[in-house]
Design a protein around this ligand. Structure first.
Ligand SMILES: CN(C)C(=N)NCCC[C@H](N)C(=O)O
Length: 314
């Protein structure tokens, strides 16, 4: 089982938009440090968009993106946008590693071709979709506990602890994990995992099919896609997959917040029906715009660094 795909996924955690990868694909080993080091920075640049998205999906106090940004900045300063970032920062490399590693190795099982061979023997879109769904399903369980803690911390709208002010419920990611474990049991750490798995399994299939289809549209047969093609294909793959994922993303976030007080929903289906009945079908596309703005650069450079690393290893 080729492990380079897992390592490439690990390192290719989002780079900051505008990060230029060295023109020569075969830079020396120092480029690894560059990619790993900027991976965290990339996630940090995308996190404020994610925080606004999560708040729009789970809190009805905001009238829209601008209102959420203004209220968050006024009440919590710029730091409010970075709440809940530490666990995703620590886990994104593992999650991406599972995602890209399982995807590539599932394709190897389905088509008996390596990453390099697939440029001259492109796999069918059916095989790409199946391999993507496999990666999406397996990475969801790595993602679930960290995503739950992220969403719980992002939804704490109290300003930084000041003398005399009521402290927020969770003092940080570790305290949040311990509180959930104590108050909701070990299974509490997987609250919303079903919705997350249903969200990610088909949409990661769409993610990779979109990427492959766009790369093939703009690359002559048998050639490897240019950096520009990889960036554009990766960016639109991110947008296309998140457009389809958003309805279940809203339900996932609401299910994750549901354990805080008395449980409002009797399950995933009840959450969908109750949300639609109270707020209309538009509720299922809350956060789509800002998430698409985030998804393009994050996934453009994720694919660029992934392809770059695999080519570096020839
Ligand atoms: C629509 N979904 C769930 C996906 N496309 N998942 C694959 C990777 C997403 C990427 N880490 C991001 O944060 O956009």
């Amino acid at each position: 089982m080729p492990v380079e795909e897992f390592v490439a996924g690990w390192i290719s955690a989002p780079l900051p938009s505008g990060q230029t990868v060295p023109s020569d694909w075969r830079e020396g080993p120092h480029s690894w440090h560059l990619l790993v080091a900027t991976g965290a920075l990339g996630l940090a640049l995308g996190h404020p968009f994610d925080t606004v998205k999560v708040r729009l999906q789970t809190q009805s106090t905001y009238r829209g993106i601008v209102d959420c940004i203004v209220k968050t900045y006024r009440h919590e300063s710029i730091l409010g946008f970075f709440k809940g970032m530490s666990f995703p920062l620590a886990s994104i490399a593992v999650v991406n590693s599972v995602l890209f590693g399982v995807y590539s190795n599932a394709l190897l099982v389905l088509t008996a071709t390596s990453h390099q061979e697939r440029r001259v023997q492109p796999p069918s879109y059916t095989h790409v979709f199946i391999a993507g769904c496999t990666g999406g399903f397996l990475q969801a369980y790595c993602l679930a506990p960290c995503d739950l803690i992220k969403v719980r911390l992002q939804n704490q709208t109290e300003p930084r602890a000041q003398p005399g002010s009521r402290p927020p419920r969770y003092q940080g990611p570790v305290h949040c994990a311990a509180s959930i474990f104590r108050e909701e049991g070990p299974r509490g750490l997987f609250r919303g995992a079903w919705a997350l798995t249903l969200r990610d399994t088909p949409t990661v299939g769409i993610y990779f099919v979109t990427y492959e289809w766009l790369c093939r549209q703009f690359t002559p047969d048998g050639r490897t896609p240019s950096s520009a093609t990889v960036l554009v294909a990766g960016g639109f793959a991110g947008i296309a997959s998140w457009v389809v994922a958003t309805p279940l993303d809203v339900i996932k976030s609401r299910m994750q917040m549901d354990g805080l007080k008395r449980s409002e929903y009797r399950g995933l289906l009840d959450c969908m029906v109750t949300s639609a009945r109270r707020e209309g079908l538009g509720v299922f596309f809350r956060g789509l715009t800002i998430n698409s703005a985030r998804a393009f650069p994050v996934n453009a450079v994720t694919f660029l660094s992934y392809e770059y690393l695999l080519r570096s290893w020839g």
